[in-house]
Ligand binder design. Structure first.
Ligand SMILES: [Zn+2]
Length: 202
């Protein structure tokens, strides 16, 4: 969606596992990743599923330097693309990664698990980008020209939903669904495109 003070693009809309192929050609086969870019240059990336890889290529072409990733939670379908996010390999990039706090491990410790053997050969701390991990605050906070809010939603493990407010719109990309009683792993953002809501202020 293209608007006066923001652009929303869905780079990944699938849950659980990437599923490329002719059956998913229309909306793409990548897992969760939504870009909200503001007119002032602020880039917000909601979730780091496999869709974030292609977004990283485009951000490089745009020359974006300050990025923010907002992680709803750390299930793999929302995180697995981060290891292939090109800006992490660029020393000119400053990246803030926001996510839900946990009483067990810090956000950095939880994310770094996927950057460790045997899952991945490169430690996150050895990548050149300047990365900061930030627990989402209880209160609203600002990033660039946006006001952000996060609140807990029902899902296994610490999980938040985000609200992005600009001068012209309130954007709530996706929301998590309650667990199914079947016990199967659930994909809260599998239908993120359908669930996304954008309310015009004017
Ligand atoms: Zn999940």
């Amino acid at each position: 969606m293209d608007n006066a003070d923001f652009i929303v693009r869905f780079w990944g809309v699938r849950g659980s596992i990437a599923c490329p192929g002719p059956d998913t050609a229309r909306y793409g086969g990548n897992t969760s990743c939504v870009e909200v870019s503001l007119a002032d240059g602020t880039v917000l990336v909601l979730d780091a599923g496999t869709g974030i890889r292609e977004l990283g290529i485009e951000l490089f072409e745009r020359g974006a330097r300050k990025l923010n990733i907002l992680l709803t939670h750390l299930h793999l379908d929302h995180l697995e693309g981060l290891r292939f996010f090109g800006p992490l390999f660029d020393e000119r990039i400053a990246l803030d990664i926001w996510g839900p706090p946990s009483t067990v491990l810090s956000l950095e410790e939880r994310v770094r698990r996927s950057f460790s053997p045997p899952l991945f050969p490169i430690d996150l701390r050895d990548l050149p980008a300047r990365v900061r991990f930030r627990d989402v605050p209880r209160e609203r906070w600002s990033v660039g020209g946006a006001t952000l809010a996060a609140d807990l939603v029902i899902h296994p493990g610490p999980t938040v939903g985000f609200r992005v407010e600009t001068a012209e719109a309130v954007i709530t990309p996706g929301r998590s669904l309650p667990p199914k009683t079947s016990g199967r792993s659930i994909a809260p953002v599998a239908r993120i495109a359908r669930l996304a809501t954008i309310f015009q202020r004017r």
